[in-house]
Design a protein around this ligand. Structure first.
Ligand SMILES: Nc1ncnc2c1ncn2[C@@H]1O[C@H](COP(=O)(O)OP(=O)(O)OP(=O)(O)O)[C@@H](O)[C@H]1O
Length: 500
């Protein structure tokens, strides 16, 4: 993995007149909505499974956070469980709700305990049990899993969830399914897992995700794994990854529905032939709807935090599925309690090219950081370019001037020729340009992003239900004084620092 390093967050500066939300909405009204005739879908050939997203390096930035506004509605998690390089001191404790002082660690521990307690479809281990020796954890986990399998429903504190339909696999079963995890069956490798294609005894084709990251102690790894299970269990949407089962026998494994085309990155960037616009548009809408579900319709809202072309997987008919992460679920796929507007994390971990300015500069995480990443993903679909190209140029930086000039000809992927639907392309361009706005408040929430993308001419409702529309009180970040020029400069500087 290229370019992991620690950098100090820069100071921001510069001023720019902000466009009002109304102006942004007005611009949207100007987007043409007439729909042209359908194009014939070209048959896609066998995909190249090689994941070609290596050029969007993951980065870890360590920042020092001295204060945050809106303390009632935000949280801060320390990076003690995250990867971190260098010797920067840990962030100092900050105030939490009502002036109550909580250290990062306490706050994080509290959140971890609460989340683990509540995440469960299988009643998972309580926080205190995470301190038990490994053997006990495993025994208790298996006991809980068995008892969950016997129950018809599981009543959690605040809601009732149906009995899970997942299976608990033995290592032998998974070894058999994957031909002993032979490299021939290796279909993908992320920063934290190896993924193997497998055939279960009943004929079902599955993807076995073997968690490989080993830097943490076993108790934490098991805890993270349980949290991930809890998050995936909670998700029920056509555009999110489906879990078939898991194994805690001889390592941690997730058994997922096998997705024929692998990642969007491999399909978009790793094939010779051009991906049809029709499919690109379908993927864009599907991801937008999936994110909308995670942010707004899920029983507990989830911020994904790592929307990238590698984390979007495609079914046989190119229905996109958002892959839920296997690492640091509380810090990556984040459960954000209702009353918290945002959450602050340090160190910052993410995929370069997709990180919103408030995230890479201040560690602020909220729905709008996902919206930004979605905007970058849209740009990838529109242009066929990577989030960071081979000359280390950010797609956002490259595309901004053309988006501002509405220059469809220069922006659209040249390999598409004129085979794209102009109206859909314009909608995608407009949606992308609002999503990558450097000010989070100016980005649409995902409900609005779906409407913009689909050209739904809904009345402007400034008070629309929007987890994504929760007012973001980012005074402490001075983002409103932050111009897009300064943003581009900082983005460039971060790029240099990270990739040198
Ligand atoms: N269900 C699946 N079906 C088919 N291929 C898959 C599936 N899940 C993952 N893959 C392949 O494996 C690759 C790595 O998977 P994934 O991104 O989930 O790993 P990870 O280590 O959790 O990722 P990250 O580096 O983002 O943390 C994907 O990019 C994709 O190519």
């Amino acid at each position: 993995m290229e370019g992991e390093s620690v950098v100090q967050a820069p100071k921001n500066g510069g001023k720019e007149e902000m466009k009002s939300q109304l102006e942004v909405e007005k611009e949207q009204e100007e987007v043409e909505i007439k729909i042209s005739g359908e194009e014939n879908e070209k048959k896609q050939k066998e995909n190249n499974k090689k994941d070609n997203d290596q050029l969007s390096p993951r980065a870890v930035l360590e920042i020092h956070i001295s204060s945050t506004s809106d303390s009632d509605n935000s949280s801060i998690s320390s990076g003690e469980r995250s990867r971190s390089f260098g010797s920067s001191p840990s962030p100092s404790p900050v105030g939490s709700g009502g002036g109550e002082e909580l250290s990062f660690k306490n706050l994080f521990d509290q959140m971890k305990r609460k989340s683990i307690r509540r995440l469960s479809t299988i009643p998972l281990l309580g926080g205190y049990e995470m301190l038990l020796p490994k053997k006990n954890i495993k025994r208790k986990l298996l006991a809980r899993i068995r008892s969950a399998e016997e129950d018809t429903i599981d009543c959690c504190h605040d809601f009732v969830v149906p009995k899970p339909s997942w299976r608990s696999f033995s290592l032998d079963e998974l070894a058999q399914a994957t031909d002993n995890f032979t490299p021939d069956n290796l279909i993908g490798k992320g920063g934290h897992a190896e993924v193997y294609k497998g055939h279960l005894q009943d004929g079902q084709v599955v993807a076995v995700k073997k968690i490989t990251k080993k830097e943490k102690n076993d108790e934490n790894r098991v805890g993270d794994f349980l949290s991930e299970l809890g998050i995936i269990a909670h998700i029920n949407n056509t555009n999110a990854a489906k879990l078939i089962g898991f194994s805690v026998d001889g390592g941690l494994h997730l058994v997922l529905q096998y997705l024929h085309h692998g990642s969007l990155a491999s399909v978009l960037h790793g094939r010779e032939e051009c991906l049809d616009w029709k499919i690109r548009y379908k993927v864009a809408v599907g991801v937008a709807e999936g994110l909308c579900y995670l942010h707004c319709d899920c029983q507990r809202r989830i911020i994904h935090r790592d929307i990238t072309a590698s984390n979007i997987l495609l079914t046989e008919d190119y229905e996109p599925q958002i892959s839920i992460q296997s690492r640091f679920p509380l810090e990556t796929s984040l459960w954000l309690p209702e009353k918290w507007v945002h959450h602050i994390v340090s160190p910052i971990e993410g995929t370069f090219g997709y990180m919103a300015p408030e995230y890479f500069m201040h560690g602020i995480v909220h729905e709008k950081t996902d919206v930004f990443a979605f905007g970058v993903l849209l740009l990838e679909l529109i242009t066929g370019r990577r989030a960071v190209d081979s000359s280390r140029q950010s797609l956002v930086m490259w595309a901004k001037p053309m988006l501002e000039q509405n220059n469809i000809k220069e922006l659209a992927d040249p390999s598409l020729g004129d085979t794209y639907d102009v109206v859909e392309m314009k909608r995608a361009m407009f949606t992308a340009s609002t999503c990558i706005h450097h000010l989070p408040n100016m980005r649409p929430n995902m409900i609005r992003a779906v409407q913009l993308l689909k050209g739904e001419n809904v009345p402007i409702d400034m008070k629309q239900k929007s987890t994504g529309g929760r007012a973001l009180m980012l005074d402490a970040c001075d983002l409103e004084d932050y111009s897009s020029t300064t943003y581009l400069k900082d983005l460039n500087r971060h790029m240099q620092l990270i990739m040198e």
